[in-house]
Design a protein around this ligand. Structure first.
Ligand code: SAM
Ligand code: SF4
Length: 427
């Protein structure tokens, strides 16, 4: 979501005549797009901004803080002199005009309204074309905000209520992106499965199906799915369209029903396993990734062991793992923390070690298979090799050149090094 916001912000700035600087230290205007999901991320960015600001001040440069941290504590950041301007997620795609107005008059410095009337357009045909040239991958936000109120999560407070964009406009936008060179798109929402429930528009699986039919779109990804709303029709649409990614991101969060209840997630581990069984029955080949939180208040060693057991049983291809971070204003903030930081980190390390082994095993299972891959760029280690993502979203490196970037090629998987597949091009 933040990558999409950053992309929209740079397009908006370009549209208003700003140009990207070679390095952040040369910039006249530095824009920080921030995340509030965990406290650690906020603390890190604040210290980075402060040191940047000291260097900029002599040159008269300005610092703009955008994103969820701006929404959460923007006025404090202005009062403390950390930022010149703060722009919340509702208005960040309009940043080009807001910064221009600020520079012209230097009067308003804070754009944090969450009134619907101040919501700036994200399905915006004006922001399709970049002066930097066509992009083969583009993000498409289909919903903004979230009203699920998972008890640990700050998102509903900083991104506001669920707003589904009209399906007709989303599909026109995808057609326009395809006409401008996009071959891969990622449909985005905090819970894409809830698409249309606020407006009575078509359900998510129908939007996915119509997006898959847009000529020129070779791959469609969608994040994030919420297990409580993941209905079987979504799997039927995936099965019937070869250009929809078989890599499904389905956050489990915890393997303990007791903790899932305290998290207000709305499903049990049994419900989750039934979804995996359905995926298994309907899709011959697939990958599942997840998000997991360790150290939620009250998580016992037994609750944590249940998370490890679920991970062993489901064998995720990949997992994003987090130590619980209390966020002021969320329902869980009032629950007393029962683990020290060291205990949380130790559980996190055990989980990461287990998942790393499983991910390696999942990658080894791909050896000798032939996989469609979209090439994304050069390999870090060599100029005659390129890296891409297979249709199951695994990283792969293969011999190739700059001409391959953005193209779909067919690769036979030969081996695994670290967390990356190696392959040979066969077409
Ligand atoms: N909407 C998505 C969902 O429900 O899965 C994810 C949104 S959240 C920004 C991304 C991930 O951050 C969550 O899935 C969760 O695992 C993690 N997360 C959210 N709040 C957290 C917190 N307070 N502490 C630690 N991890 C957190
Ligand atoms: Fe946060 Fe839950 Fe909404 Fe995801 S679904 S953004 S975890 S409240």
């Amino acid at each position: 979501m933040n990558k999409n916001d950053s992309e929209l912000m740079s397009l908006s700035l370009e549209k208003h005549g700003f140009r990207a600087s070679g390095s952040p230290l040369d910039a006249d205007i530095a824009v920080y797009n921030t995340c509030s999901v965990r406290e650690h991320a906020e603390n890190r960015v604040i210290s980075r901004i402060r040191s940047h600001r000291k260097r900029m001040r002599d040159r008269g440069g300005i610092i703009v803080i955008a994103g969820c941290m701006a929404q959460r504590i923007g006025e404090q950041l202005i009062a403390a002199g950390t930022a010149d301007m703060v722009i919340g997620p509702y208005q960040s795609p309009d940043i080009g005009s807001l910064v221009s107005r600020y520079l012209a008059g230097r009067e308003r410095h804070s754009f944090l309204s969450q009134e619907q009337g101040d919501f700036s357009d994200r399905i915006n045909p004006d922001l399709v074309r970049s002066v930097e040239g066509p992009e083969w991958h583009r993000w498409v936000t289909i919903t903004h905000g979230c009203e699920n109120y998972c008890s640990y999560c700050i998102v509903p407070f900083v991104r506001g209520k669920l707003i589904s964009f009209p399906s007709g406009r989303i599909l026109d936008y995808i057609r326009l992106l395809a006409a401008n060179g996009a071959r891969e798109i990622t449909l985005l929402g905090q819970n894409v499965n809830q698409y249309g429930t606020d407006t009575g528009d078509i359900p998510f699986y129908r939007l996915l199906e119509s997006s898959a039919r847009v000529p020129g779109i070779e791959r469609i990804n969608f994040i994030t799915s919420h297990p409580k709303d993941f209905i079987e029709e979504i799997l039927h649409v995936i099965r019937d369209h070869s250009n929809i990614s078989r890599s499904i991101h389905l956050p489990l969060q915890s393997g303990s029903d007791r903790i899932l209840g305290l998290m207000n997630r709305g499903y049990t581990v049994g419900d989750y396993l039934r979804i995996i069984e359905k995926i298994n029955a309907l899709l011959p080949d697939y990958a599942v990734s997840t998000d997991l939180i360790v150290g939620f208040p009250g998580e016992t060693e037994e609750d944590f062991s249940e998370t490890l057991r679920s991970v062993e049983r489901i064998r995720f291809d990949d997992a994003f793992t987090y130590a619980y971070s209390p966020r002021e204003g969320t329902p869980a903030f009032s629950l007393p923390e029962t683990l020290t930081r060291d205990e949380k980190i130790s559980r996190l390390e055990r989980l990461i070690a287990l998942q790393r082994e499983i991910s390696r095993g999942r990658l080894r299972e791909r050896i000798d298979r032939v996989e469609d891959t979209i090439i994304e760029g050069f390999s870090k280690k060599s100029d005659d090799r390129v890296r891409g993502r297979t249709y199951l979203n695994h990283n792969v490196v293969v011999r190739g050149s700059g001409d391959d970037i953005g193209k779909k090629i067919r690769i036979r998987i030969d081996g695994v090094i670290g967390a990356t597949l190696r392959g040979t091009r066969i077409a």
